[in-house]
Design a protein around this ligand. Sequence first.
Ligand SMILES: NC(=O)c1ccc[n+]([C@@H]2O[C@H](COP(=O)([O-])OP(=O)(O)OC[C@H]3O[C@@H](n4cnc5c(N)ncnc54)[C@H](OP(=O)(O)O)[C@@H]3O)[C@@H](O)[C@H]2O)c1
Length: 188
Amino acid sequence: MAGWRVLVNGASGGVGSLVVQACKGLGAEVYGVCSGGNSELVMGLGADGVIDYRIHDPLEEHLAQKFGEQQFDAILDCAGSQALFSHSPRYLKPEGKFVSIVGGWSQGVVPFVRNKLRPRFLGGTPRRYDLFLLSSSGSIAKEVAGWVEQGVIKQAVIDSEYPMEQAVEKLATGRARGKIVIKVASTE
Ligand SMILES: NC(=O)c1ccc[n+]([C@@H]2O[C@H](COP(=O)([O-])OP(=O)(O)OC[C@H]3O[C@@H](n4cnc5c(N)ncnc54)[C@H](OP(=O)(O)O)[C@@H]3O)[C@@H](O)[C@H]2O)c1
Protein backbone atom coordinates (compact mmCIF):
# COMPACT_ATOMS: atom_id res chain seq x y z
CA MET A 1 0.00 0.00 0.00
CA ALA A 2 3.03 2.28 0.24
CA GLY A 3 2.71 5.07 -2.32
CA TRP A 4 -0.95 4.39 -3.04
CA ARG A 5 -3.53 7.18 -3.14
CA VAL A 6 -6.58 5.94 -1.22
CA LEU A 7 -10.06 7.34 -0.67
CA VAL A 8 -11.98 6.28 2.46
CA ASN A 9 -15.72 6.96 2.33
CA GLY A 10 -17.31 7.16 5.80
CA ALA A 11 -13.91 8.06 7.28
CA SER A 12 -15.22 9.28 10.64
CA GLY A 13 -17.18 6.15 11.58
CA GLY A 14 -16.20 3.19 13.72
CA VAL A 15 -14.62 1.28 10.84
CA GLY A 16 -13.56 4.27 8.74
CA SER A 17 -11.57 5.84 11.59
CA LEU A 18 -9.48 2.66 11.83
CA VAL A 19 -9.19 2.23 8.06
CA VAL A 20 -7.80 5.78 7.69
CA GLN A 21 -5.13 5.07 10.29
CA ALA A 22 -4.26 1.64 8.87
CA CYS A 23 -3.88 2.95 5.29
CA LYS A 24 -1.84 5.93 6.45
CA GLY A 25 0.33 3.76 8.69
CA LEU A 26 0.97 1.37 5.79
CA GLY A 27 2.29 4.22 3.68
CA ALA A 28 -0.67 5.41 1.61
CA GLU A 29 -1.75 8.97 0.85
CA VAL A 30 -5.22 9.06 2.36
CA TYR A 31 -8.27 11.21 1.65
CA GLY A 32 -11.32 10.84 3.87
CA VAL A 33 -14.95 11.59 3.03
CA CYS A 34 -17.03 12.77 5.99
CA SER A 35 -19.32 15.59 7.09
CA GLY A 36 -17.65 18.94 7.83
CA GLY A 37 -18.10 18.61 11.59
CA ASN A 38 -15.85 15.55 11.55
CA SER A 39 -13.10 16.96 9.31
CA GLU A 40 -10.80 17.81 12.20
CA LEU A 41 -11.24 14.34 13.66
CA VAL A 42 -10.30 12.65 10.36
CA MET A 43 -7.32 14.96 9.77
CA GLY A 44 -6.20 14.13 13.33
CA LEU A 45 -6.15 10.45 12.35
CA GLY A 46 -3.50 11.24 9.76
CA ALA A 47 -5.54 11.89 6.60
CA ASP A 48 -3.81 14.02 3.97
CA GLY A 49 -7.09 15.61 3.00
CA VAL A 50 -10.78 15.60 3.81
CA ILE A 51 -13.78 15.97 1.52
CA ASP A 52 -17.06 17.18 3.00
CA TYR A 53 -19.75 15.30 1.07
CA ARG A 54 -22.40 17.78 2.19
CA ILE A 55 -20.63 20.74 0.60
CA HIS A 56 -19.47 18.77 -2.43
CA ASP A 57 -22.76 17.39 -3.64
CA PRO A 58 -22.71 15.42 -5.86
CA LEU A 59 -19.53 14.02 -4.40
CA GLU A 60 -18.68 12.09 -7.58
CA GLU A 61 -18.55 15.30 -9.65
CA HIS A 62 -16.14 16.88 -7.17
CA LEU A 63 -13.93 13.79 -7.13
CA ALA A 64 -13.83 13.73 -10.92
CA GLN A 65 -12.71 17.36 -10.99
CA LYS A 66 -10.17 17.09 -8.18
CA PHE A 67 -8.78 13.61 -8.82
CA GLY A 68 -9.47 13.06 -12.52
CA GLU A 69 -5.80 13.63 -13.33
CA GLN A 70 -4.39 11.98 -10.20
CA GLN A 71 -6.64 9.00 -9.78
CA PHE A 72 -6.96 6.75 -6.75
CA ASP A 73 -5.35 3.33 -6.48
CA ALA A 74 -8.09 2.17 -4.12
CA ILE A 75 -11.43 3.34 -2.79
CA LEU A 76 -12.60 1.84 0.50
CA ASP A 77 -16.31 2.41 0.98
CA CYS A 78 -17.41 2.26 4.63
CA ALA A 79 -20.71 4.08 3.98
CA GLY A 80 -22.24 2.14 1.08
CA SER A 81 -22.52 4.28 -2.03
CA GLN A 82 -23.51 2.83 -5.40
CA ALA A 83 -22.94 6.19 -7.10
CA LEU A 84 -19.36 6.28 -5.83
CA PHE A 85 -18.67 3.00 -7.64
CA SER A 86 -20.74 3.71 -10.77
CA HIS A 87 -18.80 6.94 -11.44
CA SER A 88 -15.45 5.54 -10.30
CA PRO A 89 -13.81 5.35 -13.78
CA ARG A 90 -13.58 9.14 -13.55
CA TYR A 91 -11.32 9.05 -10.45
CA LEU A 92 -10.19 5.43 -9.90
CA LYS A 93 -7.30 4.04 -11.95
CA PRO A 94 -8.23 1.33 -14.49
CA GLU A 95 -6.27 -1.22 -12.40
CA GLY A 96 -7.58 0.28 -9.13
CA LYS A 97 -9.75 -1.52 -6.58
CA PHE A 98 -13.10 -0.52 -5.14
CA VAL A 99 -13.76 -2.32 -1.85
CA SER A 100 -17.05 -2.06 0.02
CA ILE A 101 -17.29 -3.25 3.60
CA VAL A 102 -21.04 -2.72 3.87
CA GLY A 103 -22.93 -5.99 4.29
CA GLY A 104 -26.59 -6.97 4.42
CA TRP A 105 -28.96 -7.87 1.58
CA SER A 106 -29.73 -4.51 -0.04
CA GLN A 107 -26.38 -2.77 0.57
CA GLY A 108 -24.13 -5.82 0.43
CA VAL A 109 -25.43 -8.75 -1.64
CA VAL A 110 -27.40 -6.88 -4.32
CA PRO A 111 -24.59 -4.38 -5.14
CA PHE A 112 -22.07 -7.23 -5.11
CA VAL A 113 -24.03 -9.19 -7.72
CA ARG A 114 -24.70 -6.06 -9.79
CA ASN A 115 -21.18 -4.66 -9.66
CA LYS A 116 -19.13 -7.84 -9.72
CA LEU A 117 -21.02 -9.96 -12.20
CA ARG A 118 -22.63 -7.53 -14.69
CA PRO A 119 -20.51 -7.45 -17.83
CA ARG A 120 -19.47 -4.15 -19.36
CA PHE A 121 -21.58 -4.65 -22.50
CA LEU A 122 -24.67 -4.75 -20.22
CA GLY A 123 -23.72 -1.47 -18.54
CA GLY A 124 -21.34 -2.77 -15.87
CA THR A 125 -18.75 -0.35 -14.49
CA PRO A 126 -15.26 -1.14 -15.82
CA ARG A 127 -13.57 -1.27 -12.41
CA ARG A 128 -12.85 -4.09 -9.98
CA TYR A 129 -15.43 -4.38 -7.17
CA ASP A 130 -14.88 -6.38 -3.99
CA LEU A 131 -16.93 -6.93 -0.89
CA PHE A 132 -14.86 -7.32 2.26
CA LEU A 133 -16.65 -9.03 5.14
CA LEU A 134 -14.86 -10.09 8.30
CA SER A 135 -15.85 -12.73 10.78
CA SER A 136 -14.24 -12.70 14.22
CA SER A 137 -10.91 -14.45 14.07
CA GLY A 138 -7.98 -14.72 16.44
CA SER A 139 -5.43 -14.44 13.64
CA ILE A 140 -6.93 -11.18 12.35
CA ALA A 141 -7.15 -9.80 15.89
CA LYS A 142 -3.44 -10.63 16.34
CA GLU A 143 -2.55 -8.85 13.09
CA VAL A 144 -4.46 -5.74 14.16
CA ALA A 145 -2.88 -5.92 17.63
CA GLY A 146 0.49 -5.95 15.86
CA TRP A 147 -0.49 -2.76 14.01
CA VAL A 148 -1.31 -1.14 17.35
CA GLU A 149 2.07 -2.21 18.78
CA GLN A 150 3.91 -0.90 15.71
CA GLY A 151 2.07 2.42 15.90
CA VAL A 152 0.26 1.92 12.58
CA ILE A 153 -3.01 2.41 14.46
CA LYS A 154 -2.44 5.15 17.00
CA GLN A 155 -5.80 5.84 18.55
CA ALA A 156 -9.23 4.36 19.12
CA VAL A 157 -11.86 6.98 18.45
CA ILE A 158 -14.63 6.41 20.96
CA ASP A 159 -18.00 8.03 20.27
CA SER A 160 -19.43 7.34 23.70
CA GLU A 161 -20.49 4.62 26.11
CA TYR A 162 -24.08 3.35 25.99
CA PRO A 163 -26.17 0.59 27.55
CA MET A 164 -27.06 -2.08 24.95
CA GLU A 165 -30.49 -0.69 23.94
CA GLN A 166 -29.20 2.85 23.39
CA ALA A 167 -26.10 1.58 21.60
CA VAL A 168 -28.30 -0.10 18.97
CA GLU A 169 -30.29 3.12 18.54
CA LYS A 170 -27.13 5.19 18.19
CA LEU A 171 -25.65 2.76 15.67
CA ALA A 172 -28.85 2.87 13.61
CA THR A 173 -28.50 6.65 13.16
CA GLY A 174 -25.38 6.08 11.02
CA ARG A 175 -23.89 9.14 12.69
CA ALA A 176 -21.42 7.63 15.16
CA ARG A 177 -18.03 9.33 15.52
CA GLY A 178 -15.69 6.40 15.87
CA LYS A 179 -16.57 3.35 17.93
CA ILE A 180 -19.57 2.93 20.19
CA VAL A 181 -18.71 1.24 23.48
CA ILE A 182 -21.42 -1.01 24.92
CA LYS A 183 -21.68 -0.80 28.68
CA VAL A 184 -22.24 -4.32 30.00
CA ALA A 185 -24.07 -4.57 33.31
CA SER A 186 -21.92 -5.72 36.21
CA THR A 187 -22.99 -8.90 38.00
CA GLU A 188 -21.56 -7.69 41.31
N1 LIG B 1 -17.18 -5.83 6.56
C1 LIG B 1 -17.24 -6.01 7.86
O1 LIG B 1 -16.77 -7.02 8.37
C2 LIG B 1 -17.88 -4.94 8.70
C3 LIG B 1 -17.53 -4.80 10.03
C4 LIG B 1 -18.13 -3.78 10.77
C5 LIG B 1 -19.07 -2.94 10.14
N2 LIG B 1 -19.40 -3.14 8.84
C6 LIG B 1 -20.37 -2.24 8.16
O2 LIG B 1 -19.63 -1.09 7.80
C7 LIG B 1 -20.50 0.04 7.79
C8 LIG B 1 -19.89 1.13 8.66
O3 LIG B 1 -19.84 0.68 9.99
P1 LIG B 1 -19.42 1.67 11.14
O4 LIG B 1 -19.43 0.87 12.40
O5 LIG B 1 -18.17 2.37 10.75
O6 LIG B 1 -20.65 2.68 11.13
P2 LIG B 1 -20.76 4.03 11.92
O7 LIG B 1 -19.77 4.04 13.03
O8 LIG B 1 -22.21 4.22 12.19
O9 LIG B 1 -20.24 5.12 10.86
C9 LIG B 1 -21.02 5.57 9.88
C10 LIG B 1 -20.27 6.78 9.33
O10 LIG B 1 -20.77 6.99 8.04
C11 LIG B 1 -20.68 8.36 7.80
N3 LIG B 1 -21.67 8.70 6.78
C12 LIG B 1 -23.01 8.72 6.88
N4 LIG B 1 -23.54 9.06 5.70
C13 LIG B 1 -22.51 9.25 4.83
C14 LIG B 1 -22.41 9.61 3.47
N5 LIG B 1 -23.49 9.85 2.72
N6 LIG B 1 -21.19 9.69 2.91
C15 LIG B 1 -20.07 9.46 3.62
N7 LIG B 1 -20.09 9.12 4.93
C16 LIG B 1 -21.31 9.01 5.52
C17 LIG B 1 -20.92 9.06 9.12
O11 LIG B 1 -20.02 10.14 9.19
P3 LIG B 1 -20.46 11.65 9.12
O12 LIG B 1 -21.40 11.91 10.28
O13 LIG B 1 -19.16 12.39 9.22
O14 LIG B 1 -21.16 11.80 7.82
C18 LIG B 1 -20.51 8.03 10.16
O15 LIG B 1 -19.28 8.40 10.76
C19 LIG B 1 -21.86 -0.45 8.30
O16 LIG B 1 -22.68 -0.67 7.18
C20 LIG B 1 -21.53 -1.75 9.00
O17 LIG B 1 -22.59 -2.64 8.96
C21 LIG B 1 -18.81 -4.10 8.12
